[in-house]
Design a protein around this ligand. Structure first.
Ligand SMILES: Cc1ncc(COP(=O)(O)O)c(C=O)c1O
Length: 377
């Protein structure tokens, strides 16, 4: 990507998330290529990023929405995404009223019990199945084993088979081997044949290249073609990270370069903007845009009062000068959407780079906005 980050920083300040529109479009087309020859729908999991300007671009490419809250439903509707699927293990009666009023298309039931809430509805209903398969990813983003809270055991499907239209499975996120998928889908295809279901939601989770390892798309195509060769119904995929992750970078300015036994590059972005390194020990490549010194062993840290407030540890980076720019790469998914106001920090700006120019798609939050719903008296 040939993005003028320096111009963006001058125009909109830092920290700012920057998204490359052409990369998003390219990745959606890659997903399409995996399902060619099948009836399929691509949904974007809004939990990865819910900026409606990005979502609108996805809608233009024919992408629908996987939402888990009323807030995400509003973002998807504003962007014109269709179809909309509602996922979640804790849907409340209030949520239900909101969703029914706004309108949506597909429901994923997380339990047999949940069906009671929906007996009078003619929506497409899927039952989330927990296949008890290890996705071989970080434990916090693994979801398909029987001790996880999601879905029901395969043995329970028969209890509601005559009241549902299909199945749903999502075994985790940032999965880099196709084998857990092959195992899960092989189980489900048996159930589908048994009950003559017409729809199967394959979940998301395709792993991206944060640090040299990613899901092999050609292998995934081969798994889909092999496992579903005899299935003529609709396949749904609900991807977040794969579509948005590599399209985004967090642009930040160096506040200090602190040299000592260890060198600390202190930036104006911290765990309030990007929590993944602190939360999961996640790795993101860091690019020094204007290096002035030789490569040194550094920690890149934020300005917050937490030792865990880091963007990268033990990196060999060419040293930047105070005031220069750094990029934290592959942060288009689970970056802004997990940002917080911790330490009294307003949320960052978001910018979309399209047709060789930047467009502000979310203003930086002001301090007044951050406290606007606090009641003092
Ligand atoms: C049910 C469900 N579907 C889809 C996703 C999207 O996952 P990913 O961003 O890894 O594609 C998630 C995220 O964990 C999820 O919980």
């Amino acid at each position: 990507m040939n993005i003028d980050f320096s111009h963006i920083a001058d125009l909109f300040g830092t920290p700012t998330y920057v998204y490359d529109a052409s990369e998003i479009r390219k990745r959606i087309r890659m997903v399409c290529s995996v399902f060619k020859g099948h009836e399929f729908s691509i949904l974007f999991a809004l939990k990865a990023n819910s900026n409606s300007a990005l979502l609108r671009l996805m809608a233009e490419e024919g992408v629908g929405a996987d939402v888990v809250s009323s807030g995400e439903l509003v973002a998807a509707k504003r962007a014109g995404m269709k179809p909309v699927l509602w996922n979640g293990n804790g849907k409340t009666v209030q949520d239900k009223k909101f969703f029914v009023k706004q309108g949506f298309d597909i429901l994923s039931l997380d339990s047999v019990e949940e069906l009671e809430m929906w007996h009078d509805s003619d929506l497409v209903k899927l039952l989330r199945v927990n296949p008890n398969i290890d996705a071989r990813t970080h434990p916090h983003i693994s979801t398909g084993m029987k001790h996880h809270k999601f879905g029901v055991a395969v043995e329970e499907i028969h209890k509601v088979a005559d009241k549902i239209d299909g199945l749903h499975v999502h075994i985790g996120s940032q999965i880099t081997s196709v084998e857990p998928y092959r195992a899960a889908y092989t189980q489900l295809v048996e159930e589908i044949k048994k009950h003559n279901f017409k729809t199967l939601d394959l979940g998301g989770g395709w792993g991206i290249d944060y640090n040299g390892e990613s899901l092999d798309i050609d292998q995934m195509r081969s798994v889909i073609n092999t496992v579903f060769s005899g299935f003529s119904g609709r396949l749904i995929v609900e991807l977040g990270r794969f579509i948005a992750g590599p399209a985004g970078s967090l642009l930040t300015r160096v506040v200090k370069v602190k040299k000592g036994e260890k060198t600390f590059i202190v930036t104006d972005a911290g765990m309030n903007n990007l929590i993944r390194p602190a939360l999961y020990d996640a790795f993101h490549r860091i690019r020094v845009l204007e290096p002035v010194g030789p490569a040194s062993l550094c920690d890149v840290v934020g300005p917050l009062c937490e030792t865990g407030d880091k963007l990268g540890s033990n990196r060999y980076l060419e040293l930047p000068a105070e005031g220069s720019l750094l990029l934290v790469e592959d942060t288009g998914a689970y970056g802004f959407s997990m940002a917080s106001n911790y330490n009294g920090m307003p949320l960052p700006a978001e910018v979309m780079w399209e047709d060789n120019s930047p467009r502000l798609i979310r203003r930086r939050q002001t301090i007044e906005e951050m406290y606007s719903n606090v009641i003092l008296d």
